[in-house]
Ligand binder design. Structure first.
Ligand SMILES: Nc1nc2c(c(=O)[nH]1)N[C@H]1C(S)=C(S)[C@@H](COP(=O)(O)O)O[C@H]1N2
Ligand SMILES: [Mo]
Length: 313
């Protein structure tokens, strides 16, 4: 296993940290981790600290070369910051500390977490996953984070919870896209409780060994590697367990093009293009698309007997 060590002196390249703040953080390292968030907030720190030490989980084989980090972090869909692919510099202005996540709805123990406290409770690991956008581009990247099921254990879902909704932050001052009032903000996407409990469902806080850039949904997002990318909501502030299927962002915009299930399937074309192949970020190579994005071993069983439902598209 490759052990990732993040030290203050190899802090994220993208984070523009005033030198004084870097020195202060170094000085604070000896003071005990529990004190850090409060002190950091008092000093107006808005960036993420280095990731906790963690290792790559080799059970999730990439089966492809990693995409170039630069492409993965600068070619994005994040409509809150605009509809072009070049939102990274605008997104980088969004403060990511303090960052609170509330987890509630049909659970016995609803909780609010400050993100750095949550990270001390969660087993953090790195996983290399493939991500397939419905627009037919794809990337392969190392996410650092924790399995959603570990977080759900803490809040104890009630037996009538059937869906899990993920709500993205909506911060008008830094998200120009929110002015496009015809979109149903805030961005909410959702899955079933069985999908949420699946081993693959992951909550990244890092990418390429560094804190997750805002362009990719920093400081905290969800990733479903077997579904089209639009299901993997970014910059999550609220997780809600519900009995009824939540109204979600993309189906609300155009139900005929973006379904609730959105499982990757090369045989079901998008109404405007084929899904049979995909373009790899970086190399531009075209490769065949795989059913469930190649993750059928983990998730195929979730949909047994549901063939008559509209699982894709
Ligand atoms: N809140 C929010 N989440 C979002 C989106 C968005 O516009 N807003 N775009 C989605 C789409 S279409 C894709 S393909 C992925 C892209 O993730 P990436 O930029 O990390 O590659 O994020 C998804 N999550
Ligand atoms: Mo997408």
């Amino acid at each position: 296993m490759r052990i990732l060590r993040r030290r203050p002196w190899n802090a994220p390249e993208g984070a523009v940290t005033p030198e004084a703040l870097v020195l202060n953080r170094r000085a604070l390292m000896g003071m005990g981790a529990a004190l850090l968030p409060g002190i950091a907030a008092a000093q107006g720190v808005t960036q993420a600290p280095p990731l906790p030490e963690h290792a790559r989980n080799m059970r999730f084989r990439p089966e492809r070369a990693l995409s170039p980090e630069r492409d993965a972090t600068t070619y994005n869909n994040f409509y809150e910051f605009g509809t072009s692919k070049s939102i990274a510099s605008a997104a980088a202005r969004m403060p990511v500390r303090p960052w609170r996540l509330s987890v509630g709805g049909l659970v016995d123990k609803p909780r609010e977490f400050e993100i750095d406290d949550l990270l001390r409770l969660m087993p953090v690991e790195e996983r290399v996953y493939r991500l397939r956008c419905v627009e037919a581009w794809a990337m392969t990247v190392p996410w650092s984070g924790f399995q959603l099921s570990e977080l759900l254990k803490l809040v104890e879902p009630k037996s009538n919870a059937r869906y899990v909704a993920f709500e993205t932050a909506a911060i008008p001052g830094v998200m120009p896209g929110l002015r496009q009032s015809w979109y149903p903000w805030p961005h909410v996407e959702a899955c079933t409780i069985e999908e949420a409990a699946n081993e693959l469902t992951f909550m990244p806080v890092g990418l390429f060994g560094k804190p997750l850039p805002q362009s990719n949904g920093g400081p905290l997002r969800v990733v479903f590697p077997w579904k089209y990318g639009f299901k993997s909501g970014k910059s999550v502030v609220k997780i809600t367990l519900t009995a009824d299927r939540p109204r979600t962002f993309w189906p609300a915009i155009q139900a005929s093009e973006y379904g609730f299930w959105a499982n990757v399937n090369p045989e079901v074309a998008h109404p405007r293009w084929s899904q049979a192949t995909e373009r790899l970020l970086g190399s531009g190579e075209r490769v065949p698309t795989r059913i469930f994005n190649g993750y059928g071993e983990w998730v195929g069983g979730l949909y047994a007997g549901m063939e008559r439902e509209r699982l894709w598209g």
